[in-house]
Design a protein around this ligand. Sequence first.
Ligand code: NZQ
Ligand code: ZN
Length: 396
Amino acid sequence: MQAFEFYSPTKMIFGAGTEEQTGRQVTEWGGTRVMVVYGGSSAVKSGLLDRVTGSLEKAGLAYECVGGVKPNPRLSFAREGVKKALDFKADFVLAVGGGSVIDTAKAMADGAASPELDIWDDFWKKKVPVPHALPVGVVLTIPAAGSESSDSAVLTNDETQEKRGLNSPFHRPRFAILNPELTFTLPRYQVACGIVDIMMHTMDRYFNPVTTNQLTDELAEGVLRNTIRNGRRAMEKPGDYQAMSELMWSGSLSHNGLTGLGNKTDFAPHQLGHELSAMFDVAHGASLSAVWDSWARYCLDTDPARFAQFAQKVWGIDPAGKDVSELAMEGIEATRAFFASLDMPTCLSQLECGVQTESVLEELAYRCAFQNTRTIGSFRVLDHQDILAIYRLANH
Ligand code: NZQ
Ligand code: ZN
């Protein structure tokens, strides 16, 4: 087990009707002037936004709403949001939505607390440590990105088409309200994207070079089994409270660091997926399922025993009469088949962008390797040529 620090300070408030507590929670965390951030239309249509602002009013809080965050949230919107937060003299940012809304709120909170710095140029690119940020709270509407418990925020620069994440302790929200009922309006496609993303946050930690962490492995395997079981149930029975509860909690645990403690993280499939989202604006979960099968087949030889353990412990595949490589391949195939059963793409032809030319694949690989200045992954360290080979494998 490697040395680690575990800092997961977000207060998680789980259960039906918990959004009614929003005003009280903001007050508890010192907010008096609240910038409420939301997405396209779902929170307005469902009446959630009215309930949340009603709760703020009841607590005597001033607020202003900024709506219109798009999936794969844009830097330009976040920059405008910083200006609005400054004009309003906000001292708290409240996200009502999913990963895109939460990440925009985090970026606004960074920028509004340091108006002399630019969120992209200074924090995202130069990696100037975020010195302080406005506190952020979350009312979660989709179990997927895990941003409600993570230290990460991911933005897309709409001028350069770069999709990049930024980690900071200030990105841990003060509180997250998790009411599974708020997910009942989700389209089936978004539920499926969320299931993939929850699994991938766990698998991108599970496949790593340190294989001696028994408790961390068991936690990751448990989160994966639970997500698969309840993912199936959620897809079969839309609006199933129990299934959405399990997914919501799995989503928060899958990305707060717990399932990778004492390990190196890998996150190569996430980096491969981010380039697809940056270039083609495809949904995050779909970008991950489209590349994972190819990543896994490419990396299988790095540690077949790890894939064999995954096959046995996560998918319950009987090892009798199989060698390690056969077992490993069955685990990969079970994962691919599960993603396919959710109608998630498992190669590029099934993603909105379709099969690509060789020159586009080269451009994707070049960008993913940050113009050949970085490698990705830790389970197997992938350079530009490896990245290109994986995009080629997925290009059918
Ligand atoms: O905009 P609205 O109308 O709200 O519709 C959204 C959006 O179209 C809809 N939706 C959300 N809740 C709904 C709902 N529709 C009906 N009923 C509801 N209850 O779902 C669509 C997708 O929303 P989005 O917020 O984009 O989804 P998700 O939570 O999957 O977030 C994805 C973003 O998070 C980033 C991804 O890269 C992507 O940009 N990630 C953030 C991470 C983090 N900060 O830790 C980690 C992840 O790996 C990920 O990279
Ligand atoms: Zn993700």
